[in-house]
Write a protein that binds this ligand. Structure first.
Ligand SMILES: Cc1ncc(COP(=O)(O)O)c(C=O)c1O
Length: 324
């Protein structure tokens, strides 16, 4: 706890983000659903990634770095927000994307607006980004720059710290609303967000189970990554040890594949837009909501639940659906 408060951090989040009841959605699905609006975190068009970036940029500045190197796919929310966070902190952003240059839409358009240095690996393999980040980092160091390298998704124990802090924020809101949810649902990709929530819920003994819905990896791979990142965050933040329950990650909602819209996700996104006036992105939030809607309608949800709206709206404008 002392560590969490004393870690270098660049304030980027417009905190607290709202925790709002979703009465019309709740009536449609037959469960008491609340929305934690982390699409409104306040940097760029918002999103969950801003929270981890507070700590990553804090670390970069503490180390005297002058540029940030990271990457992902061209439609990555992470990469775009990392570029904006770097700019806000006075660092030059370098982004490495897999694949080849494409028409700038959605997040790629926004990344370019930040005037980040954007490069493509020319390979379709997502892992090509990992080696390209290392290579670019070495090239920059050789010219006297001081690069700060971050893996795809910001998935490091320090990146997960953002959602330990967010959990404290949520705990205050739950107390103020007299709410004791049984579950906290979210979309899980690189696993840092769920890891922070899991580490914090063990430490704070939160009433809820954290339920991740995998949108890219097999469920067992997610469980292993969440577990290891949560343990790492517990160590980095020096959180008092608490008994570790299992980690819950649901599969079955990937649809045609990572980055591709699914019919169930589209239906869930329409339902939330129609009932609550909130937009879910097709790659993450829509698929996680589809899982929650199914569980609620099947009577598998007991008591109030919170759904973490993680942002990602730019991919709604990324051109033909199904090829994000
Ligand atoms: C909009 C959105 N939601 C959810 C996630 C998943 O977060 P994580 O990668 O920490 O699992 C991401 C990751 O990029 C995202 O961009």
């Amino acid at each position: 706890m002392k560590q969490l408060l004393s870690l270098p951090r660049v304030p980027l989040v417009a905190a607290p983000t709202p925790l709002l009841p979703a009465p019309r959605l709740s009536a449609e699905v037959g469960a008491d659903v609340w929305l934690k609006r982390d699409d409104l975190t306040g940097l760029g068009l918002g999103g969950n990634k801003v929270r981890g970036l507070e700590y990553l940029l804090g670390d970069a500045l503490a180390q005297g770095c002058d540029c940030l190197v990271t990457g992902a796919g061209p439609q990555s929310n992470w990469a775009m927000l990392a570029a904006l966070a770097a700019r806000r902190s006075g660092l030059t952003p370098y982004l490495v994307f897999y694949g080849s240059p494409t028409r700038p839409t959605g997040n790629l358009l926004l990344s370019e607006l930040s005037e980040a240095d954007v490069r493509f690996t020319g390979e379709h393999d997502r892992a090509s980004v990992d080696t390209a980040i290392e290579k670019l980092g070495a090239e920059l160091s050789a010219t006297g720059r001081r690069p700060y390298l971050v893996p795809r998704g910001g998935a490091t124990p320090l990146g997960a710290a953002g959602y330990v802090r967010a959990s404290m924020e949520l705990a205050d809101q739950l107390m103020a609303d007299g709410l004791s949810p049984s579950q906290l649902w979210l979309a899980t990709g690189s696993c840092a967000t769920q890891a922070g929530l899991v580490a914090a819920s063990r430490w704070l003994r939160s009433p809820y189970e954290v339920v991740g819905v995998s949108v890219s990896r097999p469920g067992d791979e997610c469980v292993a990554r969440v577990t290891s990142l949560a343990d790492g965050a517990t160590r980095v933040l020096d959180l008092p040890y608490a008994d570790a329950d299992g980690v819950t990650v649901l599969g079955g909602y990937l649809g045609p594949g990572y980055g591709q819209a699914s019919p169930e996700g589209d239906a869930a996104a329409r339902l939330v837009a129609r009932t609550e006036g909130v937009f879910l992105d097709p790659v993450f939030g829509a698929k996680a909501m589809a899982a929650l809607v199914d569980a609620a309608r099947a009577g598998r949800v007991d008591g109030p639940v919170v759904f973490l709206v993680t942002g990602g709206a730019p991919t709604l404008f990324a051109g033909p659906r199904g090829s994000l």
